[in-house]
Design a binder for this molecule. Sequence first.
Ligand code: AGP
Length: 619
Amino acid sequence: MCGIVGYIGERKAQDILLKGLKRLEYRGYDSAGVAVLNRHKISIVKRQGKLSVLSTELSGRPLAGTLGIGHTRWATHGAPSHKNAHPHRDCKGKIAVVHNGIIENYLELKKNLKKKGHKFLSETDTEILSHLVEEHYKGNLEEAVRRTVKMVKGSYAIAVIHEDEPYRIVGARCDSPLIVGLGKGENFLASDVPAILDYTHDVIYLDNHDIVTLTRGGVSVKDLSGRNMRKSPSRIKWDISQAEKAGYKHFMLKEIFEQGDVLRNMLEERIDKGRVVFNELEIPSKVFRSLKNIMIVACGTAYHAGLTGKYIIEECARIPCHVDTSSEFRYRDPVLDKNTLVVIVSQSGETADSLAALREAKRRGCKTLGICNVLGSSIAREADGVIYTHAGPEIAVASTKAYTAQLAIFYLIAIYLASLRKALTASGITSLIKEFGKCALLMNELLGEYKSEYNALAAYAQEFKRYYHAKHNKSYFLYLARNINYPNALEGALKLKEISYISAEGYPAGEMKHGPIALIDENPWVVCIATQAKTHDKMLSNMQEIKARGGIVIAMVTEGDKEIMHHNVNYVIEIPPVRELFSPLLTVIPLQLLAYYVALEFGYDIDQPRNLAKSVTVE
Ligand code: AGP
């Protein structure tokens, strides 16, 4: 939610800021702006709309200067507009601030600042920061920022520059990510690693309440009382090419097609001599041996992975699991104790509600485990233990490869627990590992079928668009499944609605008769996941009931399913045969692609859907 970049060095700041913002645009894209300091003068250019609007503006009148800060916004306080875009200035126009987060006590602070004569130009919470820095500035920007952040409540990652100190950028963080990139004769500040990977692989992950000062020659980090903090840099192992489209039309498509490799790499990394290994996990195995139940907490797609995780862990390791959305968990009074393991699933590791849920679980004395994709993220650092999904950077707002990587980690956790607690025999464990290994191959095989632009799912999407218009835009999607594939029905619906803005709901198919069947007429397209032998007949009955009421049925079945031919469904999607427990790894692929092709047909901005941002760092 909002991306920040800062640069100080010898190169043209504007170019580095724009390139960095481009890589952070997934964090917000309703307006963007830069402030560049040159000869004791700060110039600010900002524009409503995507970064491209700002870039076009700046290409016509580039800003000179080798120090600057930039921002791409996802609006919280104040509509997306030119005046609310960052950077924000103080009254004298000597200070510029960019901010990611929410200042919760901004109204009270604004009132006091107004009494002191400060004039505000925007509706944002951020603008109070530039005025507070102005108020506290007595010739030392770092000190003024320290005093400022001591007064604010809420979350922030900020970068501040001042015309009177044209040789430094000051940053600070609390509950919003901020990293420092270490260069030679130049240094960088950013919300996330991709922004700086063109220039350096050495980063410092800032912690809450750190105040950082960047000059050309160095970086110093202090705490709120001004004490020097020692920070060891981390080396980023992945390359910037992983954060580029590599010939694909969209990041989402590229990330969908990367899923087979993500699974294969996971197998290579996590399976050793027939055992599951989690090298980075700092929780001792005795904790896993003695735990009585597991609480999985997450948001959005990660929550759906958690729902599937429950089926997997309960089936393999026989440990009771509960699953909750982070925003609900944190405000209820869950029954937890020291024998509960709370698992927080988060691609970004920065989702505000998930982070708050993690802290709540720790406060209640539970052991906590993060399943994260972003290295060094807040959840990864604050949890008692972390297992990384190592899916590589996920840039598209709609999560795909992070989801399958989270599912895969749940299979591995379940196998790990089953073997530690002897819930399965040695041969049972071996056969699970073997089947899991097979999935990576099957996933690539399945993806192979959709490699060409003119594949069956693309054709279904075209048909849907025609139908949608013929039905005067009243068509929508339902996703039905049972058992372990039910969370994928939710995930399929989420994918479709977030990128195509078409109404879509996921239901456990057995619930249809308890209400949702009332919706069925000739408008809905109903995707029915019927790949599991156990519930196959029941799903066929569901399809009949939908067809009888005029609905359009897309049946997802296992290759070789002959029965489906007798059921007069409208479209069929086949997945390769795999043990039922592992089927979610495959059934989700066509759902992701179908959502992608529908959005493509309707001509929407697939990687940056409206109103969304990749990591939701505010409540
Ligand atoms: C999924 O496509 C989303 N855009 C969203 O639901 C996401 O999964 C959710 O915000 C959780 O994010 P996290 O995994 O980074 O915590």
